[in-house]
Ligand binder design. Structure first.
Ligand SMILES: Cc1cc2nc3c(=O)[nH]c(=O)nc-3n(C[C@H](O)[C@H](O)[C@H](O)COP(=O)(O)OP(=O)(O)OC[C@H]3O[C@@H](n4cnc5c(N)ncnc54)[C@H](O)[C@@H]3O)c2cc1C
Length: 408
């Protein structure tokens, strides 16, 4: 049986995040966007309210809600601005949910618990100057040296890079496999700010998401204890893809919130602005844009809700999550473009938020798998070039994990 109703918990989360975003983000966002600065106090407050650990089990410091609650929080945050949804994708989706599934108990206690409580901020560093969609083109290396790995390399376009405390980093541990581009030579590591040789910086001059930090990470002979290897050696690619299944879900839900924001702002303006003696909302071509926004919003919400339901059930959802992410991000681009159109010249100025929505929407069509990569994924499923194995559970009950120390 399909039940489209949200539970009391879901409605409470939605209301709490909606009110938080209206109270703490909306009044500040224009100024932060103009300055190109993020505000860590807003992130700290998100942590205090449990938003940064919303779907992490309580035993690991989280709020203990499910994936639907995570999606609702993303919709509500991006309804106001993309910059404060991004931490949900990176800190919660790409990093914390990945630690929850792949981390040892020791790693969870040390890294996941403070992340879920919002005391520490975490990010995910896969992309390099010459390797984005082509993950296996990465150059970063992690060479074993006794009880440590020595990491070298550069990561770019990393959300939260310059403000994060913890970094989930991917690097080659098998240099022979690197030569032949065999991704089973890549491993995942947890790095901490303050490790000698680890430096970060901020990228300036971005098109959008200006109230969020995006930056680079440089690793020069960073000595990382072997206990900070996530999963087994050689599992890095699998872990990176698992993380993207979580992050893409949050991007899909967030982009859906952006469509709703464009729709609501457009409806407001269509009921105010008059041309040719009528409200512009009375012109059929304006109605068409509004109707498309509504259709896009409803379709995208159903797509991310389906993916979230599958995640709650522990069902493999790579295909459904990819579809939700692709469709929602391109629809948000269309909605933002049409919102600017409806506002006419005023939409071209930062007097109204639609200008910011138009600049913000593009990033999500690029990160966590570009539009083109998601099209390829969908076609490959159709053609039978791609099939999935069952998913490791991410929320309780967990599968028993093999003892890891013995293989290190
Ligand atoms: C705001 C922002 C935040 C980001 N945050 C993070 C982060 O937190 N962590 C992280 O690791 N990365 C992050 N990224 C990086 C992002 O994931 C990459 O930009 C993305 O994977 C694309 O890689 P690329 O930019 O190198 O483009 P490329 O891979 O060089 O692609 C360039 C163009 O070619 C197309 N293309 C590439 N290969 C194919 C193909 N096989 N078939 C058809 N077309 C193809 C692409 O779709 C794209 O249009 C972020 C990026 C942005 C813009």
């Amino acid at each position: 049986m399909i039940d489209f109703r949200l539970t009391e918990d879901h409605l409470a989360v939605e209301k709490m995040v909606r009110e938080f975003a209206a109270r703490e983000i909306a009044p500040r966002i224009k100024e932060l966007d103009e300055k190109g600065e993020t505000d860590p106090t807003i992130l700290r407050k998100m942590g205090e309210l449990g938003i940064l650990g919303i779907c992490i089990p309580e035993e690991y410091g989280g709020a203990g809600f499910d994936y639907i609650a995570l999606g609702l929080a993303c919709e509500e945050l991006e309804y106001v601005d993309t910059a404060f949804r991004v931490p949900m994708s990176v800190h919660v989706g790409l990093n914390s949910l990945t630690l929850l599934t792949w981390g040892t108990e020791e790693q969870k206690q040390r890294y996941l618990v403070p992340q879920a409580k919002g005391e520490k901020l975490a990010t995910y560093a896969l992309t390099e100057p010459n390797a984005g969609s082509d993950v296996v083109g990465m150059q970063a290396t992690a060479i074993r040296d006794g009880d440590h790995y020595i990491l070298n390399g550069e990561k770019v376009w990393i959300s939260l890079a310059d403000i994060a405390d913890h970094f989930l980093v991917f690097a080659w541990t098998d240099l022979e496999k690197k030569k032949v581009r065999d991704h089973s030579g890549i491993s995942a590591f947890i790095l901490e700010r303050g490790m000698p040789g680890l430096t970060t910086g901020t990228i300036h001059g971005k098109l959008g998401i200006r109230a969020g930090n995006t930056g680079w990470i440089s690793m020069q002979d960073v000595r990382v204890p072997k206990e900070n290897l996530l999963g087994y050696e050689g599992e890095g690619f699998k872990i990176a893809m698992f993380a993207l299944d979580q992050g893409r879900y949050t991007v899909a839900a967030g982009a859906t919130g952006l469509i709703r924001a464009c729709r609501d702002a457009s409806v407001r303006y269509a009921l105010e602005r008059r041309t040719f003696g009528k409200l512009i909302g009375e012109h059929q071509l304006v109605k068409e844009m509004l109707a498309e926004m509504e259709a896009d919003y409803q379709i995208c919400r159903l797509l991310w809700l389906r993916a979230g339901w599958m995640k709650n059930m522990g069902l493999r959802n790579t295909r459904e999550t990819s579809l939700a992410k692709w469709i929602a991000t391109v629809a948000s681009e269309r909605a933002a473009s049409n919102a600017v159109q409806i506002y006419g010249a005023y939409g071209y100025s930062n007097e109204y938020p639609v200008e910011r929505f138009y600049r913000n929407c593009k990033g999500a069509v690029i990160y966590e798998g570009t539009r083109e990569i998601h099209k390829l994924i969908q076609a490959d499923y159709l053609l039978g070039f791609r099939t999935d194995k069952p998913l490791r559970c991410t929320l309780p009950p967990w599968e028993p994990k093999p003892e890891r120390e013995s293989v290190r």
